[in-house]
Write a protein that binds this ligand. Structure first.
Ligand SMILES: N[C@@H](CCC(=O)N[C@@H](CS)C(=O)NCC(=O)O)C(=O)O
Length: 232
């Protein structure tokens, strides 16, 4: 069986497990401590990072983009009949999401208001592009069928929802189409399946404890979120 080497709150791993869950490909998962990487992991991971995916034949694949492409090559794409042009566009929108994973992590880790504001501005610029792109007429990014773009953005949308639940702060403030998309992606039920049971506790402990965001001070500022003028 496929094995995924994981760290519990890594968004790059979550994207990979989301593709496997969406494709209903069975896999097992092994968690490691990134602060104390085991030698067997360093031996198979050229970049020393998770995710690593060990294939059925024992090959260790690394870099989440390459792993996702392998899953599609090996087990078939999520959607059939996508043209080469559309696939290029889907990949481009996916990359826009994945290159913001660390931006979101950095934003959530901010220790003071000024840093948090600056990083939030940079991070939410990606969602502004999404808001412009979404038609508002379909459940998911392109249509009513879940696509690779939805999956690439799932970790960002999932984390934003947890932040909102615990602090009241909404990264998607003033973006009604993106908020609706977030609800639809989360309602698809993949989010919980793609993380460990203790994910929310670990996530809040890591990002909402001893951080500016964890203080909940900005919640009041965007409490009326949903209207397009709330963020000022
Ligand atoms: N470009 C890599 C990024 C993966 C990544 O940043 N993983 C983090 C955890 S979320 C990691 O393993 N960090 C440990 C390290 O860099 O030493 C990918 O797409 O797979």
């Amino acid at each position: 069986m496929i094995k995924i080497i994981s760290f519990k709150i890594c968004p790059f791993v979550q994207r990979v497990t989301a593709v496997l869950e969406a494709k209903q490909v069975a896999y097992e998962i092994e968690y490691i401590n990134l602060k104390d990487k085991p030698q067997w992991f360093l031996d198979i991971s050229p970049n020393g990072q998770v995710p690593v995916m060990v294939t059925e034949s024992g090959t260790a694949l690394f870099e989440s983009d390459a792993i996702v492409e392998y899953i599609e090559d090996e087990y078939g794409p999520l959607e059939q009949g996508v043209s080469n042009e559309q696939r290029a566009l889907d990949r481009a929108w996916s990359y826009l999401g994945t290159k913001n994973y660390l931006v979101q992590c950095g934003t959530m880790s901010s220790k003071d208001k000024e840093t948090f504001k600056q990083r939030t501005e940079k991070f939410t610029a990606a969602f502004t592009k999404i808001e412009k792109q979404l038609s508002g007429e379909t459940r998911f990014f392109k249509s009513d069928i879940l696509s690779s773009v939805d999956i690439a953005w799932l970790p960002l949308l999932h984390r934003a929802a947890i932040v909102k639940k615990y602090t009241g702060f909404d990264f998607l403030c003033g973006m009604p189409k993106t908020q609706a998309w977030q609800q639809a992606v989360l309602a698809a039920g993949l989010a919980e399946k793609t993380v460990s049971e203790d994910f929310e506790a670990l996530f809040t402990d890591f990002y909402l404890t001893n951080t500016y965001l964890g203080l909940g001070e900005d919640a009041a500022e965007n409490a009326g979120c949903g209207s397009s003028s709330c963020c000022g």
